[in-house]
Design a protein around this ligand. Structure first.
Ligand SMILES: C[S@@+](CC[C@H](N)C(=O)[O-])C[C@H]1O[C@@H](n2cnc3c(N)ncnc32)[C@H](O)[C@@H]1O
Length: 315
């Protein structure tokens, strides 16, 4: 049955401390997890419908084939745990085609959006026990006792690219511990490709990605009772060739000060807040990262034109 678990709602005080730490640092930055309040999750779903944002469709195109292969490999009863499940769209080919899946735990930081998506999913898959867990996947997440072995971890959307390579290694290693012995991990990872194509994916013509980026300032206004003039910041995303990642920033268009909980934060013209990185990996690079974290790469899939990759890891 559909069940709601709330293990780690983000308290405003945690958000306030993070925002103050990030905006008073020498290079201003905010953690991308704060994009995802209800409004941010809604805008992200719109990004997934954009023709420029190729990762969504490219990964979706791989999943029925992957699920059909996993249906052969995974014969004993399976529990699936998805990290950053969002609108729970990507799990659907897996739940439809892998007959051994008995329960599904969806973890996401954006609680309302997740609960609503999981309620719809439960109606579509009445024979699978579906659980929505509002939690930060960077912290240990306690999995329910019946979800204890033969776990299949699932981490689509190239969300792993939002970590630096060092953080990604740490995440993979922690996930290995929490998934436990005999587990497997299916991960979607964006590939290296033309910087121009990458540029368009994060600078769409309709400005939806800009709206998504700026939502973090709107969220600060909503939740921390601030009055930042969001129009005085510009969305700026570019591919950093040396680092191999897209960097997303909010750049101040004027010299200005903002007040957050009585703390004055000054911006020069052109000063930026770094809001997200999105690392792209060649299959070789990702395989090395996964094996450094203690996983064995069992299988690799590539979407048409090598636009996106997926990896099946095992312990
Ligand atoms: C790039 S979106 C991917 C969504 C979906 N998995 C997909 O593939 O379309 C990242 C998702 O991870 C969630 N997320 C980001 N950081 C998180 C964190 N630290 N803990 C839990 N969820 C997080 C977001 O709320 C969002 O749903």
């Amino acid at each position: 049955m559909f069940e709601v678990a709330r293990t780690d709602g983000i308290a405003n005080v945690e958000f306030l401390n993070h925002v103050l730490d990030g905006l008073t640092a020498q290079h201003k930055a905010l953690n991308p997890k704060y994009f995802y309040d209800e409004q941010g999750s809604y805008i992200f779903d719109q990004i997934c419908d954009l023709k420029e944002y190729y990762p969504y469709q490219a990964e979706l195109s791989l999943l029925p084939k992957i699920a059909a292969e996993l249906n052969v490999i995974l014969q004993s009863e399976q529990s699936v745990v998805e990290f950053g499940a969002g609108a729970v769209k990507k799990i659907q080919p897996l739940l439809s085609l892998i007959k051994s899946i008995k329960n599904f735990t969806a973890i996401d930081i954006s609680g309302e959006h997740l609960r609503s998506a999981c309620a719809t999913l439960q109606a579509e898959f009445p024979n699978i026990d579906i659980r929505a867990v509002e939690a930060d996947f960077c912290k240990p997440v306690e999995l329910k006792s019946e979800v204890k072995e033969n776990r299949l971890g699932f981490f689509p959307g190239s969300t792993i690219g939002n970590f630096t390579p060092m953080e990604a290694r740490r995440f993979l290693s922690n996930a290995k511990q929490s998934l436990g012995a005999n587990s497997k991990f299916l991960i979607g990872v964006d590939t290296k490709k033309s910087p121009i194509q990458l540029h368009h994916a994060y600078n769409d013509a309709q400005g939806v990605t800009a709206q998504f980026n700026k939502n973090v300032l709107e969220r600060i206004n909503r939740e921390l009772d601030c009055d930042i003039d969001v129009a005085k910041f510009e969305h700026y995303a570019f591919f950093n060739v040396a680092k191999g990642c897209i960097e997303m920033h909010l750049v101040s268009l004027v010299e200005q000060s903002i007040d957050i909980d009585g703390v004055e934060i000054k911006f020069d013209v052109g000063e930026s807040i770094h809001t997200e990185s999105s690392y792209k990996y060649s299959p070789k690079q990702f395989e090395a990262l996964a094996s450094d974290a203690g996983w064995k790469v069992e299988k690799t899939w590539l979407a048409d034109g090598d636009m996106f990759s997926a990896f099946l890891l095992s312990c």
